[in-house]
Design a binder for this molecule. Structure first.
Ligand SMILES: O=C(O)CCCC[C@@H]1SC[C@@H]2NC(=O)N[C@@H]21
Length: 250
């Protein structure tokens, strides 16, 4: 693998097997000085959002970027949109971009099915984020079966179903790191607005009726926008509703 063009302010660690790249990032954090991408060819205890397991068969992509982002926690949390757009840009190199879309808060869809997920974890004290870990899983060669995902979830798909290109996790890491670096620089210079606008340009189901599950409540409304704080804004019969955290169903 030719790494020429790798963003030189980032380190990379390539592992054959690990429990979870999130756990590995947390173990390395105390001694890290440089933003670092950790890629694993397989994970034995991959984790997803909301405490779910993330199965990671050989051939799929699993990596975590760990770094010290600038800004207060609310700005740090917006890096999930930066990561989603970086995934959009990286995957656009191997599949038709028109088939990609972004599902709030941080899934990437391909042909309407879930192809990638993002998990953010951070540590900090006194309102200051110390380390942020952005975990990214991509179904490159294999997607889980419907039986393995939550009822009502969008069906999982694999990148391999949409391209004949050779898909290697290292190659995807390269594209992802380059894209993330460019977007992170944009975020540092111009803030969230350009990222938000680009994210909205690729949003799945914008202007359509969706359901946001918040705890045990289902809020049904028209997906109006994502606001400057990253909230999902739904138009409901009772007026606009800004939702900070939810599971979205189509
Ligand atoms: O639930 C989701 O959609 C998020 C899944 C995130 C999975 C990735 S794979 C790399 C990193 N390591 C983990 O254990 N989880 C994340």
């Amino acid at each position: 693998m030719d790494w020429a063009g790798w963003p030189d302010t980032y380190d990379r660690v390539l592992l054959d097997e690990v429990d979870s790249t999130m756990a590995e990032a947390a173990r390395r954090a105390p001694t890290l000085t440089t933003p670092t991408w950790i890629l694993a060819r397989s994970q034995t205890a991959g984790r997803g959002r909301r405490g779910r397991a993330w199965r990671n068969p050989w051939g799929n992509f699993a990596a975590t970027l760990i770094y010290r982002p600038d800004g207060p926690p609310d700005q740090v949390a917006l890096r999930s949109f930066v990561a989603a757009l970086a995934l959009y840009d990286a995957l656009s190199k191997v599949v038709p971009p028109a088939k990609l879309s972004l599902k709030w808060p941080n899934d990437v869809l391909l042909g309407g099915g879930k192809v990638a997920g993002i998990l953010l974890e951070s540590t900090g004290v006194a309102g200051q984020v110390n380390w942020l870990s952005i975990g990214i899983g991509i179904n490159l060669t294999q997607a889980p079966s419907m039986a393995e995902v939550e009822p009502g979830a969008v069906p999982p798909v694999a990148v391999a179903e949409f391209t004949t290109a050779r898909l290697r996790p290292e190659g995807v890491l390269f594209e992802l790191a380059v894209a993330f670096d460019a977007l992170e620089r944009s975020f540092a210079t111009y803030g969230f607005e350009p990222i938000r606008n680009r994210w909205l340009a690729h949003a799945a189901k914008l202007g359509e009726t969706i359901t946001a599950r918040v705890g045990s409540d289902n809020i049904v409304g028209v997906f109006d926008t994502v606001d400057a704080a990253g909230n999902l804004v739904l138009r409901t019969p009772r007026g606009p509703k800004a939702i900070a955290a939810a599971e979205v169903f189509f």
